[in-house]
Design a binder for this molecule. Structure first.
Ligand code: A5P
Length: 231
């Protein structure tokens, strides 16, 4: 009888996080992602730092900054970073061209700024994040709180889709930079580039969760324990 070995979601993420340290080198300035997969990369990096590995790290969120400090990993701000060598972060959806939806954790703005300033951008994710077409995961759009309902109504009418204000404990979810998030249920995003440009042209929109043409490589963890680097 054949038994296939299936790992738990937590074990897959831990395996991906441990393997992601293969991309970092001593002395690097590193961007550290946000979320439950990046958590394990930071834990693995922390263990290397405790053994003398030298690096400085730019966090992509307040939550990540706390985690880095818990692991005694040297933290610097984006302004202080001369050049970020590599950023390692998670994603919510990854299409065959390695375009992404990010922002499920609400950190998309800082994540995009740190990624944009990085020479290499590595995405770490389990196989559930691989999709043929972006859009099933609701696209987060970060907006300033003032007048957000106008943006919400515009997007609902323009695209005929549900657009929900993200909430936490029955109040609006507030991002690290004091903004709100509108989650847009497109289901299928056909023209990601023009959509992204359109969204970012609306007064009140700060940025959106489409990360296009930004990914250097993706490290994917499979349920059976395999790891694969794409492309
Ligand atoms: C945070 O805002 C997100 O972009 C995360 O990187 C993304 O949601 C992936 O998180 P998980 O690794 O927890 O799925």
């Amino acid at each position: 009888m054949y038994f296939s070995c299936m790992l738990s979601p937590r074990d897959i993420k831990q395996r991906i996080g441990n393997s992601a340290v293969q991309f970092v080198e001593d002395g690097m300035t590193i961007g550290a992602g946000t979320g439950s997969t990046a958590y394990w990369f930071i834990a693995a990096l922390g263990s290397m730092v405790s053994k003398g590995f030298n690096c400085q790290v730019v966090p992509t969120s307040h939550q990540t900054e706390i985690l880095l400090r818990e692991h005694k990993i040297p933290v610097i701000t984006l302004n202080e970073a001369p050049q970020i060598d590599i950023t390692i972060d998670g994603a919510d959806e990854i299409d065959p061209q390695l375009n992404l939806i990010k922002g499920g954790g609400g950190a998309l703005l800082q994540e995009k700024m740190v990624a944009f300033s990085s020479r290499k951008r590595i995405i770490i994710a389990d196989e559930s994040k691989l999709v043929q077409q972006l859009g099933k995961f609701p696209l987060p759009v970060e907006v300033i709180a003032y007048g957000y309902k106008k943006v919400q109504t515009l997007l609902e009418r323009e695209f005929g889709i549900p657009v929900n204000l993200r909430t936490k404990d029955l109040s609006p979810f507030i991002t690290d930079h004091g903004h709100y998030i509108l989650d847009c249920s497109f289901q299928r995003i056909e023209k990601a580039e023009s959509l992204s440009n359109y969204l970012n042209s609306i007064p009140g929109v700060v940025d959106n969760g489409l990360f296009l043409n930004m990914t250097t490589a993706v490290l994917i963890g499979y349920n059976n324990g395999d790891l694969k680097i794409l492309p």
